[in-house]
Design a protein around this ligand. Structure first.
Ligand SMILES: Cc1ncc(COP(=O)(O)O)c(C=O)c1O
Length: 445
């Protein structure tokens, strides 16, 4: 191993190379990643003191700071309260907790809180093989850390969705404390409305993991979980929602049972799972909320349009795109079955060689033990959309993807075209270029 100073030189140089590579030279299509505006990045860089501070304590039922255990908090408490109010206002909830540092943390605190509130360790979830996140599953956080028993929703592979009638039967029989919706391979809105009554009947809390689709929800282009029956939304703030990396939980506690749940979730945040809550991200989260209030509808609409355009175009050009009968997707992502072209691992690697970055993905009908070479690819459109891609640009990008998938050209040759395409889209749309621009916009409005 090198000496420490030489390792630091390597670290700095490699970090610079990374910024150049992924930001300037690659087309980023990983569905779980986000893209911040220059204004959000600027304010993140300006909140360095905040990013070094601690704010342990308790919050009240509206999500505001109630008690702090350290001194020096007068502005920090205000910053947390204001951010909480901003996100509540954007999503129409009466309570939010912005102390979560990630989507997994939001799930950890929420699942723990709800299992305490319901005194019930059973949780109905989407099967991992059908798109749930590992944190929902008995093989991940839910089972291995929280000791929850998973019972699976019944999933209809043809519909690429939870089967509401059969899942109703499962929920009624299992009587869980929590029923979850949402996921990581997430093409169509989940049937919350259809299952809410059964959840109420058995006394289960409904938790909706919006990590992937929070930006689409903010833009009114997917489903509206809190109005459809979800008691709580858990989420990352950095996928389709273009904020800093972080997490959030939201809800509107209108009954004693929901108030109890909020208190248990808050307890699961502090003191159970958070000490530093990474406060430096909060002003950036607020600016991202403003951007979504102003530009969210257009951004989310174009993201979905771009995903659907790609689905149709790739399908017409001989690639098996999942859920063809259903129009491929209503979200920011599509799923491809590239088994016929060598499998997800090979194609994802070939595309990386062409500087198109996405991930291999198990599909519901895959042998679930073949994680290393599944049939699928998951492709996300939030990054390219925010850089200004419209339908015609998407088709051009799909032509490059097709060249690689079908082996028509070497990935290294396609890479030249990718570099040229990336150069054309070098500014970030649907957001503010700096904080001044955001503030001026507010003053004018
Ligand atoms: C549905 C879902 N929930 C939670 C997470 C975890 O989010 P984070 O990376 O913010 O912990 C992910 C990650 O992609 C996800 O897809």
């Amino acid at each position: 191993m090198k000496d420490l100073p030489d390792l630091v030189v390597d670290l700095v140089e490699t970090s610079q190379k990374h910024e150049q590579y992924r930001e300037k030279e690659c087309i980023n299509m990983i569905a779980s990643e986000g893209i911040k505006s220059p204004a959000v990045t600027q304010i993140l860089n300006l909140t360095q003191d905040l990013a070094s501070r601690y704010a342990e304590g308790e919050n009240d039922i509206s999500g505001h700071v109630q008690k702090r255990h350290y001194q020096g908090q007068k502005y920090m408490s205000q910053i947390e309260d204001i951010t909480t109010d901003i996100i509540k206002s954007l999503f129409g909830s009466t309570w939010a907790d912005v102390r979560l540092v990630s989507g997994t943390h939001a799930n950890l605190a929420t699942f723990k809180g709800l299992s305490l509130a319901s005194k019930n360790n059973k949780m109905v979830v989407t099967p991992l093989s059908c798109g749930a996140h590992i944190s929902h599953d008995y093989t991940g956080l839910a089972g291995k850390i929280l000791g929850l028993d998973n019972i699976n929703h019944v999933y209809n592979i043809d519909e690429f969705n939870i089967d509401p009638d059969k899942s109703a039967y499962v929920i009624r029989a299992a009587k869980p404390g929590i029923v979850t919706f949402g996921g990581s391979l997430f093409l169509f809105p989940h049937p919350i409305k259809e299952l809410k009554e059964i959840c109420d009947e058995v006394g289960a809390y409904v938790a909706y993991d919006a990590s992937h689709v929070l930006g689409l929800i903010a833009g009114g282009q997917f489903q509206d979980p809190l109005r459809e029956g979800a008691d709580f939304i858990t989420s990352s703030t950095h996928k389709t929602f273009p904020g800093p990396q972080g997490g959030v939980v939201m809800g509107s506690p209108t009954t004693p049972a929901l108030e109890k749940a909020v208190k248990k979730i808050q307890y699961a945040v502090f003191p159970l799972t958070a000490s530093s809550t990474h406060l430096g991200r909060l002003p950036a989260l607020g600016i991202a909320c403003l951007e979504m209030k102003i530009f969210g509808k257009d951004l989310a609409r174009q993201i979905v349009k771009n995903a659907q355009t790609a689905g149709q175009y790739l399908y017409e050009n001989g690639v098996k795109v999942i859920a063809e009968k259903k129009g491929f997707t209503k979200s920011h992502q599509i799923a491809l079955d590239v088994h016929a072209f060598g499998g997800g691992n090979k194609i994802a690697q070939d595309l990386e060689d062409a500087n198109i970055i996405l991930n291999k993905n198990l599909l519901p009908y895959d042998d679930q033990s073949s994680k290393e070479n599944p049939s699928g690819l998951r492709v996300g459109f939030q990054d390219v959309t925010r850089r200004g891609f419209k339908e015609g640009d998407i088709k051009h990008l799909c032509d490059l993807i097709l060249d690689v998938v079908k082996g028509k050209r070497k990935p290294t040759a396609v890479k030249e075209d990718v570099l040229a395409l990336k150069k054309e889209f070098n500014c970030i749309k649907y957001g503010f270029q700096n904080i001044e621009e955001a503030l001026t916009y507010i003053k004018k409005a």
